[in-house]
Design a protein around this ligand. Structure first.
Ligand code: KG4
Ligand code: ZN
Length: 361
């Protein structure tokens, strides 16, 4: 009798030849339990998200242990709902795609093992997806005409990467943060300003009422001729400013500080990204990840791309933040270009995108 791996590989080969696949996708790397059904990497048949934000809000951030337990409770109903909304049964699913990492390891493991169990029980191929590849592939859902090559800025709670995508599965890292990720910086800034969780959304909202030129937060990295980011210096400057004002008993101008902080992060992201686009001679820029929902960042990059005659793509905000449809899109392209995960594949907590396709885990 053939093994699960042999059958999965044979089935994947058939799907490759056919060039079509209906994928059930699962995402559980942080605080959203999500499942989706995606056709051919481009068409969303359903996209169900059970957010844990209300649970973690009272702690001011994600509590990993609570996140893992909550995924375990929610995965089955979320998958059932995704199938129902798509109007398909397990029989209509060709493969199962799942976030393999990076993320909170306990959280990733719940979804990954659930998906592996499902793949074994249904005897269908399992596709492991790198979470950041998923974010980038959200653009293929929003823009059916989009194809690689392009430059991607992937900015989330854990990543700030500029990547060159030659295909949907072939990436080179052009630049990255040396310290905090952009989303992490937004979340920390929101906390020190007494705003809620998740912080990026609150900074975005409050900044509308503030003056982005009220304070200047600048860093050395902006002057450097490279595509690297650094956000911890800006964050420390903000923390020190707020503490000094509090010690003096002076009011904290929350909206002006939020707007000025956002301006500093957005300026750095936009300028370094456009530098990478120019250096690579690329005509297409793709924005991805939770921070891609930020209005100031979207507007700034759209403007800069217009004047540089570069095509700019950015998914609608609900496809920027964590969801499973993006994992379904990435899973399709990985299935068509690579091989399915083996029965002993494991989840991972950290690791860059180019390495994922180089065989690291
Ligand atoms: O991609 P994502 O949903 O999860 C991770 O993979 O980390 O990104 C979450 C991050 C959080 O740090 C959150 O504060 C940030 O994205 N974020 C935003 C906005 N919406 C979410 N940051 C700035 N502006 C927003 N509108
Ligand atoms: Zn994410």
């Amino acid at each position: 009798m053939s093994t699960f791996d042999e059958r999965a590989r044979a089935r994947a080969e058939q799907l490759k030849k056919r060039g079509h696949a209906c994928i059930l996708a699962i995402e559980s790397s942080c605080d959203e339990t999500a499942a989706a059904v995606v056709k051919d990497g481009r068409e969303v048949l359903s996209n169900v998200i059970a957010t844990q934000i209300p649970v973690h809000k009272r702690y001011g951030g994600v509590v990993p242990e609570i996140a893992s337990r909550s995924h375990t409770q929610t995965l089955v109903p979320v998958v059932q709902e995704a199938l129902e909304q798509a109007g398909v049964t397990f029989d209509g699913i060709d493969a199962i795609a799942v976030t393999q990492g990076p993320g909170l390891i306990g959280a990733v493991l719940t979804g990954f093992n659930f998906a592996k169990g499902l793949a074994l029980a249904l005897d269908k191929p399992l596709v492991g997806v790198h979470h950041i590849q998923g974010h980038i592939c959200a653009n293929f859902l929003a823009f059916p005409e989009l194809n690689a090559p392009f430059i991607a800025l992937a900015v989330s709670g854990g990543h700030s990467h500029i990547l060159e995508a030659r295909t949907a599965c072939d990436f080179t890292l052009l630049g990255a943060t040396r310290d905090d990720a952009a989303g992490e910086a937004f979340d920390k800034a929101a906390r020190v300003l007494g705003l809620g969780y998740p912080g990026g959304v609150e900074i975005d909202r409050v900044s509308e009422q503030g003056d982005p030129r009220a304070f200047r937060f600048a860093t050395q990295v902006e002057k450097e001729d490279n595509c690297d980011f650094s956000f911890s210096g800006i964050k420390t400057a903000l923390v020190n400013l707020v503490h000094t004002l509090e010690q003096k008993g002076e009011p904290v101008p929350v909206a002006d500080l939020a707007a000025s902080f956002q301006e500093a992060v957005v300026r750095q992201l936009a300028e370094k990204t456009m530098r990478a686009v120019t250096a690579a001679g690329s005509r297409t820029l793709v924005l991805a990840g939770g921070v891609a929902a930020n209005r100031a960042l979207r507007e700034r990059l759209a403007r800069m791309c217009r004047s540089a005659q570069v095509s700019f793509y950015c998914p609608p905000p609900d496809l920027c933040t964590d969801n499973a449809a993006m994992i379904g899109a990435a899973g399709f392209f990985t299935l068509m270009n690579g091989s399915p995960a083996s029965a002993d594949a494991n989840a991972f907590a950290t690791g860059g995108l180019p390495d994922f396709f180089g065989g690291a885990d």
